[in-house]
Design a protein around this ligand. Structure first.
Ligand code: HPA
Length: 248
């Protein structure tokens, strides 16, 4: 089967608006079950797949997502390009709430996650190049699609992947800022590296839900505000993906 694109939805994106002729596929993988059924359908007349990373009803915490099964299942169904939609906190000045960004670098602070398809008895060890962790071509297409859709998308930035599910301390974010992180999220890794290992083009569309701890002047982070910002940012995702599919 040929898929033009797969989309992995993060917090706030559990079904993809506008997806037509839907059918659901439960894929069994050598790594266990994906986060849920893969939803196959047409968007802008093109065949696409959608998967809700945290499950349909947000029951999977970031460290419990079976990233290997998700990426394996999408690849198995024919996906050769994946856009990961990720809720994030903003660290640097240009990454305020409701901003959409297509980061270009990653620092991984997660631990204890299965982050390689080689982590299996007898599997041949591959040392993939990860200098550019995201597909430059897919990143460029996302940014061009944003432009065509008339939606401002920040080009670049470094995504710091944290373990979660708790938010970070002020000191942790201060350290991440010193490290060069512009965004902080809990699900960007190992998704990106698994896509690289399996040979799928992967890019992240990051939706800024809040100022990361200590960045916005407030003493604490308000969860209702996170959800309101995410809802506003998520509404911009379908037109960008639609423009991406229409544009090539
Ligand atoms: N930190 C980590 N992940 C997040 C945040 C945050 O502040 N906001 C949304 N996802």
């Amino acid at each position: 089967m040929k898929l033009d694109l797969a989309i992995i939805g993060g917090t706030g994106l559990y079904a993809f608006p506008g997806l037509e002729n839907i059918r659901r596929e439960a894929v069994a993988t050598p790594f266990g079950a994906p986060s849920g059924d893969i939803v196959l359908g047409a968007l802008a007349g093109r065949p696409v797949a959608f998967l809700a990373r945290h499950g349909q009803t947000h029951t999977l915490a970031p460290h419990r997502v079976n990233y290997r099964a998700n990426i394996w299942a999408l690849h198995h169904l024919g996906a050769r390009r994946i856009v990961g939609v990720n809720a994030v906190g903003g660290i640097s000045e240009k990454m305020g709430p409701r901003v959409l960004a297509v980061p270009e670098q990653i620092i991984d602070y997660t631990h204890g996650r299965y982050d390689s398809f080689c982590d299996v008895e007898g599997a041949k060890v591959e040392h993939v190049d990860f200098t550019e962790p995201y597909s430059p071509a897919l990143r460029a297409e996302l940014i061009a699609a944003g432009r065509r859709a008339g939606i401002v998308v920040v080009d670049g930035g470094c995504y710091g992947a944290t373990q979660g599910p708790r938010l970070e301390t002020r000191a942790e974010i201060a350290r991440m800022r010193r490290d060069g992180c512009d965004l902080v999220g809990m699900t960007g890794m190992p998704e990106a590296v698994l896509a690289r290992e399996i040979g799928v083009e992967y890019a992240c569309l990051a939706l800024v839900a809040n100022w990361a701890a200590g960045c916005g002047g407030e003493a604490s982070i308000s969860l209702p505000e996170i959800y309101a910002n995410l809802e506003a940012a998520t509404a911009q995702v379908p037109p960008i993906v639609g423009a991406l599919l229409a544009g090539n």
